[in-house]
Design a protein around this ligand. Sequence first.
Ligand code: NI
Length: 169
Amino acid sequence: MIYPIVKYGQPVLEQVGESVTVFDGDLEKLVADMFETMYAAHGVGLAAPQIGISKQLAVIDIASGQDPNAKLVLANPVIISTEGNESVEEGCLSLPDFRASTGRPRKATVRAQNLHGEEFTMEGEGLLARAFCHETDHLNGRLFIHHLSMLKRDSIKRKVRKMMKAGEW
Ligand code: NI
């Protein structure tokens, strides 16, 4: 099932998600739906709050469906270490059509649980490190615009408000 994606302005995107504690068939179904929704939207990551579910759950696939081994499920993820910094253009399915150069660690190690509740740690570099940080941020109520300068962030917020008023958001 493809869910509609929640856009910036909805409170669920700025809430801290609840921990995932039950690893059952319902969670498997939800994760399958999240992958389906992410691929349909041409994203490389999707967090549960983006489909209106305030849970510490995210999916990532930086290979965009081309490599089954690249599919990652992160339940209750925590970034445990980072290294370096690089600014790269970044976007978010909840802020369609807005992109901005965003500073992120060049390497990041995440600790999370998989679909079966087993804990793992994984190091990512470049786009994968960025995805770990971006999705973990979502689960803590943060969006990439929080990493921009106030000037840049306010400019995006103003444009969104204008689109909301015009009924285009
Ligand atoms: Ni996002």
